[in-house]
Every structure is written in C-alpha cells, then in structure tokens.
Design a protein around this ligand. Sequence first.
Ligand SMILES: CC(C)(COP(=O)(O)OP(=O)(O)OC[C@H]1O[C@@H](n2cnc3c(N)ncnc32)[C@H](O)[C@@H]1OP(=O)(O)O)[C@@H](O)C(=O)NCCC(=O)NCCS
Length: 191
Amino acid sequence: MKDPRIREIDARGYLKRLGAMIDVYTAAMDPPPEQLPGRRTIMERHATYPAFRAFIAERRRSVVGFVYGFHGEIGQWWHDVVYHALADLGSGQADVWLANPFEVAELHVHPAYQGRGIGRRLLETICAGRPESSVVLSTLDRPGSRARRLYQSVGMTDLLTGFEFPGGGPRYAVMAAPLPLAAKASTPKSA
Ligand SMILES: CC(C)(COP(=O)(O)OP(=O)(O)OC[C@H]1O[C@@H](n2cnc3c(N)ncnc32)[C@H](O)[C@@H]1OP(=O)(O)O)[C@@H](O)C(=O)NCCC(=O)NCCS
C-alpha cells in the first residue's frame, strides 16, 4: 500500500476537516460518544491559539491521521492545569518545561494505518523548526503503548504520571522534550 502523504493545512482547512479528524480520533481512541461534541468545541477553540499549526496524513483524499499544536501560554486550560500540578511538586520543573512550550494537543492515526511510521512522521514534521524551547503533551498513561514508545523514542520524558485532569477520567502521563527533537537512536542491525 502506498504511503499516505503528509501535508500542512491552515486553520481554515483544519476547521473544514474537523469531522474527518474526529472520525480518526474516534477510531483511534474509542471515546464515549457523549464526549464528542465537547471534543469538537475544544478543537475549534484550539485553532485560535497562537502559532497554531496542523498537518494531516492523507490517502486518496481521506484523512487517515492528523496532528496539531500551538504555543502554550498562561490562560490556556491545559497549560495552567499542568503548570500548577508541576509547581506543586516544587522541583522547578514547571518553569523549566512550560516557560516557552510548544503544546502538541492531538496526534492520532486511524487503526488501519497504525504501526507504519505515520505517527512518527507527523510528530517530527510538526516539531521541526518550531521556535519554542520544549514540546509538551499528555497521553494516556499506558506503559509500552505505541504513543508512549513513540514519544520516548524522540527523547520525551515523564513530567507527571498517573495524572488525573480536573473532571475525572483516565490517568495521563505528561511528557516533554527539549526542542529541537533528538534524532531517533538507530538500532544496531546485528550484535
Ligand atoms: C500513537 C500513534 C499516533 C502513533 O502513530 P503510528 O503511526 O501508529 O506509530 P508509528 O508507526 O509511527 O510508530 C511509532 C513508534 O511506536 C512504537 N510502536 C509501533 N508499533 C508498536 C506496537 N505494536 N506496540 C508498541 N509500540 C509500537 C515504536 O516505538 C514506533 O517506533 P518505530 O518507528 O521506531 O518502530 C497511533 O498509534 C495512534 O493514533 N494511537 C491511538 C491514539 C493515541 O494514543 N494517540 C496519541 C494520543 S497523545
């Protein structure tokens, strides 16, 4: 099967494709259906955040994966929740990682296309050339999951684990890496 094409879309193109992206999100994450309208509202709002950028993976004009993110700053819900949780630890991590962060808000690949390098290409593409000093995100706290392994492989480390966002729900890991991302460590072909 031919590799899907990765391309950037502007905020208008992003809003036009929200339905297709939410379909990918639903297939990848299997969220409770009643959460989808709220997810859509959040995604619409994110398009107005500073330095917003989005990329899609496209196959025969269908969205099979997407990533988007923006400059994280005070006053944004995720930024403030994570900042205060890190500040409460008293280790100085909040100011190290959230002084000038690029926040990756969503990265999903349709299950039929997972495990073929698309998620990695989307993540590396959106992080390339960002002006911020760190990349931060939260992901379900499932050790060994594709997402956790992908993020670890580009140098992301755990800032918080088993973290419950206000309002309840599953536990998350909050991860971060310095920008630019580290090149993926190559695996020796033979010992
Ligand atoms: C996480 C996700 C975006 C990764 O995209 P992907 O296209 O499937 O991942 P890739 O093929 O680029 O693989 C990335 C890494 O995941 C890991 N990985 C791949 N297949 C794996 C598997 N079966 N089990 C565990 N880890 C695996 C590897 O470390 C891989 O790196 P490699 O390229 O060196 O092999 C995608 O799997 C997904 O949408 N998952 C469900 C939703 C989700 O968790 N999104 C992230 C929310 S923050």
